[in-house]
Write a protein that binds this ligand. Structure first.
Ligand code: PLP
Length: 427
């Protein structure tokens, strides 16, 4: 039998031989999951984006409604999905002060959004300001690793600053790093490791002076900062209101509260999209033309982001962010009130980093972990990073009470760290 021959040559090290009914298999799968950490919990400050059960339900049900539709065929076969995509992009462009002829694409995540902006910058520069050597991208110390991934794939070189200036981008260092091969410059609003937004206005001025592509990475802040500003925070300019910002990345699967798998790569001028689009005409199956990396993809991501945006509206995002801003301010005041602990910079979004002066912050992290609090360990400086969400409204005071006790134990020498080093993001 042909089927038997296909397996006889293999060593049977993992591909299932027999069929198994889904019901029993499902029970086994869910049982195996019991040892996992919950993705979102009031005692966990790892990156979980939770805005309330009603929002989660909207994100899930909208995803489910379109999960089997292939986003690759939206324009031809699923005009309702294509309309969701247009409205989603137009809505977020509006929120971020983009001009009328702005445009954008939906991607699978922030990494893909950044890669598309980098490809566009590279191919735009080939036409407008050709680099003699390898095209370079100048980024702050804290820029996301996606820039390095993009540079590897796109044959570019990252020039990353060795230090920050008061927890923000070292703009003078970036100016000095611009050379004849520089094609792109970037800043983060705000960066993942430190919560303070880079001086996007100053970086964009540099871009204009040197005729560079400028990317403002709003993967985190794109869906937070406009609302924090409306709530009264002094948020520095970071979006298309800043002349010289060419592109932005905004993760709808972070603080847009959509199901995972959806981000936006936004352009000040929609005509720039041709620099990251790939068009292949010579295929027997027809013309293949896409602006992003993915081909086949679920329609769920777009539907989910559109639904949450439309369900919440500005009113809803303001309501949620007002609560979370209150949690953040209570947390900052509480940390600052503990002897020897200090918050790093001025957190503009919903993550807060703090360090210890004169004692070991990783011993504090371990002491808190022993009490059931999960957080992220950071280096440069050694510090604790906390991501806030709506689950923390009722737990932040308990966290602070435990933190005061644990910090006192570490300060007095009663607690030491078993492990060194920052958290690991390896997959
Ligand atoms: C999360 C993040 C990215 C990358 O996004 P993914 O969705 O994880 O691919 C890029 N920049 C910043 C600032 C981020 O926080």
């Amino acid at each position: 039998m042909a089927a038997r021959a296909a397996t006889e040559t293999r060593r049977n090290r993992g591909f299932p031989q027999a069929s198994r009914p889904w019901d029993g298999l499902k029970a086994a799968m869910l049982a195996a999951r019991e040892g996992d950490k919950p993705w979102c919990h009031e005692r966990s400050f790892t990156a979980a984006y939770f805005a309330g059960d009603d929002v989660l339900r909207c994100a899930h049900e909208a995803y489910d409604a379109y999960r089997d539709e292939n986003g690759l065929f939206a324009k031809g076969a699923y005009p309702s999905l294509a309309a969701c995509e247009r409205e989603l992009i137009a809505g977020v462009l509006d929120l971020l002060h983009a001009p009328d002829d702005a445009g954008g694409s939906t991607t699978a995540g922030g990494t893909e959004s950044i890669l598309m902006a980098m490809k566009a910058a590279r191919d735009w520069a080939r036409e407008h300001r050709p680099a003699a050597g390898v095209p370079e991208v100048v980024v702050p110390k804290t820029a996301h690793a996606a820039f390095d991934k993009g540079a590897e794939w796109l044959g570019m070189r990252i020039v990353r600053m060795a230090r920050s200036q008061g927890w923000r981008a070292d703009v003078a260092g970036m100016a000095a790093a611009i050379g004849e091969n520089t094609v792109m410059i970037a800043g983060s609003a705000p960066p993942y490791p430190y919560g303070e937004t880079d001086p996007i206005g100053e970086i964009a001025q540099l871009a204009q002076a040197h005729d560079l592509w400028m990317h403002s990475d709003g993967c985190i802040g794109g869906m937070i900062l406009p609302f924090m500003r409306a709530l009264g925070d002094a948020v520095p300019p970071f979006d298309f209101a800043v002349p010289g910002v060419t592109s932005m990345s905004v993760d709808m699967h972070k603080f847009g509260y959509a199901h995972k798998g959806i981000s936006l790569c936004l352009l000040r001028d929609k005509a720039l999209e041709r620099y990251h689009r790939t068009i292949f005409e010579g295929w027997p199956a027809g013309t293949y033309s896409t602006p992003t990396i993915t081909g086949t993809r679920s329609g769920g991501g777009v539907a989910s982001a559109w639904a949450v945006m439309t369900h919440l509206g500005e009113e809803g995002y303001l309501r949620i962010h007002e609560v979370q801003r209150g949690i953040r301010e209570r947390l900052i005041a509480g940390i600052e009130a503990i002897e020897g602990l200090a918050v790093l910079g001025h957190p503009h979004a919903l993550h807060v980093t703090f360090y210890a002066d004169g004692f070991d912050i990783f011993a504090v992290e371990e002491g808190m972990a022993a009490r059931g609090w999960r957080s992220i360990r950071m280096r440069e400086p050694d510090s604790i990073l906390l991501w806030l969400n709506m689950k923390h409204a009722d737990s932040i005071d308990a966290y602070l009470a435990d933190l005061a006790e644990v910090a006192a134990d570490v300060r007095s020498g009663g607690l030491t760290a078993a492990q060194r080093g920052a958290s690991n993001y390896a997959t």
